[in-house]
Design a protein around this ligand. Sequence first.
Ligand SMILES: [Zn+2]
Length: 476
Amino acid sequence: MTTDEQNQHSDDTTSDAGPAALREDLSSQRERILEELAALVEIPSVAWDVHDAGEVWRSARAVAQLAEEAGLPEVEILTSARPDGEQGMPAVVARRRAAPGRPTVMLYAHHDVQPVSDPGEWKTEPFRATPVGDRLYGRGAADDKAGIMVHIAAVRALLRLHGQEPGVGITLFVEGEEEAGSPSFENFLHEHREKLAADAIVVADSANWKRGVPALTSSLRGVISGTVRLRALGHALHSGVFGGPLVDANVAMIRLLATLHDEDGAVAVPGLVRSADPELDYPERDFRDDAGIPESLRLAGRGSIASRLWSQPALSVIGMDVTPVEQSSNTLAASARARVSLRLAPGQDPHEAHRLLEEHLRANAPWGAEVEYDAGEAGRPFEADTSSPAARAVLASMRQAWGVEPVLTGLGGSIPFVASLVETFPEAAILITGVEDPDTRAHSANESLYLPDFFKAAEAEAAFLHGMAASPEAGE
Ligand SMILES: [Zn+2]
């Protein structure tokens, strides 16, 4: 034991031998865990319609078998219908029910993967787990088959330590269509609500901050989009005869869209929420490298890069209907259409954001043009309650496993299924943990898993479950 570890343990007021026993168990299982992960990686479980659904079923069966061997007695492979009426992809739900008064933890991951796209860009076989140094290469080696194995390894170690009475209910929920947009997820949650209900939900499908530094993803931006229709003229007019006193709809639309940002490029729609600045920053150098932008490009907005990405709104024009250049003539266009997408800071109600955006667009209609706004999608942002007992327990177990302070990170994008989980289980603490690191390249060629952090993630999760098991009886 190193001095660091001794310090960690002397901080531990309960002098609980559990975490050390779990760590030992997990380190003796490393080879087995890697073999199991490799077997999962070898199944090309792509859930997109054009791929072989048989492989997704095969991976569901493999996960079900791992769950059973880990000691979860009730294992099912379940599906629900998608909104288009087709059957959704198979999810595995494996449970060990809580004793009365004990908490239940749901462990989420997904067993489907992204397609390979261009096999020529891969340096190793995509569907063969290939160790190179301290990384394991392969499609799904990180996203998210490593997430599945973190759960399996943690549950197995916990049940070996506690035997038949772990003191915590466990529900493993491994869905099979996350990379395809989880089309049957809403129905699935609705139909299997009771089976999935939990006090805490661990979503092992995000990233750690960097190699050796664990992170809890504590905020996700929401997103809305809407269509702006602008009518400047009753009908198209000859630009020579009428141009001058009249301006075409395209110019009016450009002027209108230009009011959506201020001179710095920050979103100028009044009233939108900006949440508290993140403690972390994303160094500009790293940001520029990750985005691959030219040095001459100045960044838009104000505040730290992390706050611009995680805690402030961001607005883009994602589509425009104007006359194509090939078909252009000397005509004043009567109307134009654009679609705007607005990322929302945590704390922003999406319907309120639609209202504010519409109000701004109408108030800024140039030359009295008619402006209509059709509200489209409305995805809620997410903010974890990092002071909840479950969040504090996860952070403490990360601190113990890694021996460094974990960080709270945000995500500029959304994870739609997280919003569905929050809606279905509003009382549950949702804890988004990760197995990825900045070099993982999930969704791209040469996806890989950083193995030292993977084993630490399993150790942290086992310690978290053990802590929930040892927590005082949940009183009435
Ligand atoms: Zn994923």
